[in-house]
Design a protein around this ligand. Structure first.
Ligand code: GLC
Ligand code: CA
Length: 499
């Protein structure tokens, strides 16, 4: 169970309105109480912050806003002392345009770093080399640089030029970045847009109808798998066997599964389909079927994700805290590794900003509101006005308002995490569907420890189901200890089935 921290929005300790690493250190006890195994830190590197540290200008340091290398070292020690592992975000596809590598690369066509990025002549009509568009807006993925009269590729913003992974020097430099952090004790990496590393050397145009998805559709290339095998070999050679989870933003389980290779590429790849599915039992059954049928034959272990810093929050998507609890049961009781995103355990909703207030160039502010720790005006932050507005009902949903309160979302998450920890079958057991009426998804986990049956109602209506057994946990809180087959609307239960 891995908990994603978006450091800017976690906790500010020095009053500048921006969350920092000291804030993470101060809340490790909370995370330990919650029952998580590892934290993944979104980028903390020096950056001009055009994409909030996903535009990195130095891979081997910490942005002063977040702290210093010494703060990071203290964080790793403090996390390890609590049995919490630390996973760092690694952004290998692109740097900031302020990174010294790019400054050198753009300075002249003869610069030794010229070929570290993807420079090309324009088309005959004077436009960009091809019709690729960048992420988020319908604009070319190329910018013209007058200094050398060529165009460079950027799958994201112009301030995020893509590295040329076909160049072995780039791969070597990036391998050194991994070594740098491994030497500081990190336990693994979350690898940003890893499916983009390989680029079509022919630079063919995207078909018009696929243009907007160009990075998704056309850059899922064989070269990338070779790079991943190199990266995996490097990680495997390390005595601590660090973990690699990749952001493979393809929304297609079959293709995502190929990024596990033959057990020689990624350890885990994000499965983002749940972020885009309607709240219907058949839709979720479809995802589960696609994920298991594509992953199982290669021995690939799936992941489950409801939230991250790029997507609207689950409570907002399903428009109900009750359903969000059912969704939490899905992610924590299906077979695979669950990822939680800060504030999910509080039932936070997305912030809706007015057009003039939007901060993020990718329009993803909604899930990036600061964590409310208590119900005071500053919500536990060292400043009352953080870099962005508080989430809806921040006081009622703060950690302080929910901790120790029976039936709260926070206590529910904690109970569910504890149950998963206690029941080996929930972690490692086999998965099989069991009979369920329309609108309900039911499955069993068994083969490792005692069996657990999960029954999840996607509808508002109470329904009779065939399962019976001892109630281990219900999303609606207190219930009798025996389940008699009457599942309430928007309820999920975890049962020890009758023998
Ligand atoms: C990933 C990150 C996103 C970032 C993008 C470019 O999708 O999750 O936040 O903007 O990569 O680095
Ligand atoms: Ca701060």
């Amino acid at each position: 169970m891995i908990y994603q921290i978006y450091p800017r929005s976690f906790l500010d300790t020095n009053g500048d309105g921006v969350g920092d690493l000291q804030g993470v250190i101060e809340r490790l006890d909370y995370l330990q109480w919650l029952g998580i195994d590892a934290i993944w830190l979104s980028p903390i590197y020096p950056s001009p912050m055009k994409d909030f540290s996903y535009d990195i200008s130095d891979y081997c340091d910490v942005h002063p806003l977040f702290g210093a290398l010494a703060t990071f070292d203290a964080l790793v020690d403090a996390a390890h002392a609590r049995g919490i592992r630390v996973i760092l975000d690694w952004v290998p596809n692109h740097t900031s345009d302020q990174h010294p590598w790019f400054l050198a690369s753009r300075s002249s066509r003869d610069d030794p770093k010229r070929d570290w990025y993807l420079w090309h002549d324009g088309a005959v009509d004077g436009g960009p080399p091809n019709n690729w568009v960048r992420a988020w807006v319908d604009e070319p993925a190329w910018d013209f640089d007058p200094t050398t009269s060529q165009w460079y590729l950027h799958c994201f913003m112009a301030e995020q030029p893509d590295l040329n992974w076909a160049n072995p020097e780039v791969r070597q430099a990036m391998a050194e970045v991994l070594e740098f952090w491994l030497a500081r004790g990190v336990d693994g990496f979350r690898m940003d847009v890893i499916h983009l590393l390989g680029k079509d050397p022919a630079l063919g145009d995207d078909p018009e109808d696929l243009k907007v998805l160009s990075h998704v559709v056309l850059n899922d290339r064989e070269e990338t798998h070779g790079y991943l095998r190199e990266i995996r070999a490097q990680l495997d050679a390390h005595p601590t066997r660090p973990m690699a989870v990749g952001e493979v933003y393809l929304l297609d389980a079959d293709r995502v599964a190929t990024y596990y290779g033959q057990g020689d590429e990624l350890h885990l790849a994000f499965n983002f389909e749940p972020l885009f599915q309607p709240w219907r039992a058949e839709a979720w059954r479809g995802i589960v079927d696609r994920v298991l049928s594509s992953h199982d034959p290669r021995g690939a272990w799936p992941t489950w994700v409801l939230n991250n810093h790029d997507a609207p929050r689950i409570v907002s998507r399903v428009r109900s805290a009750e359903r969000a609890r059912v969704a939490a049961v899905l992610t924590l009781a299906l077979r695979g590794t669950p990822f939680l995103y800060q504030g999910e355990e509080l039932g936070l909703e997305s912030v809706l900003l007015n057009p003039g207030e939007v901060i993020d160039p990718g329009f993803r502010d909604g899930a990036r509101a600061p964590m409310p720790w208590d119900s005071s005006p500053s919500h536990g932050w060292a400043s009352e006005t953080p870099w962005m507005t508080w989430p809806p009902e921040a006081s009622e949903r703060s950690v302080e308002a929910q901790r120790g309160v029976a039936g709260s979302m926070l206590e529910f998450y904690r109970d569910l995490l504890a149950l998963r920890r206690r029941e080996p079958s929930l972690q490692l057991g086999d998965f099989a569907y069991v009979a369920a009426p329309d609108g309900v998804l039911a499955w069993s986990r068994q083969g490792t420890g005692a069996p657990v049956t999960v029954v999840a109602n996607f509808t508002h209506d109470a329904v009779e189901v065939p399962q019976r057994g001892e109630v281990l946990l219900s999303t609606i809180g207190s219930r009798g200890s025996q389940f008699d087959g009457l599942l309430l609307g928007d309820e999920a239960v975890l049962l020890r089935p009758e023998a």
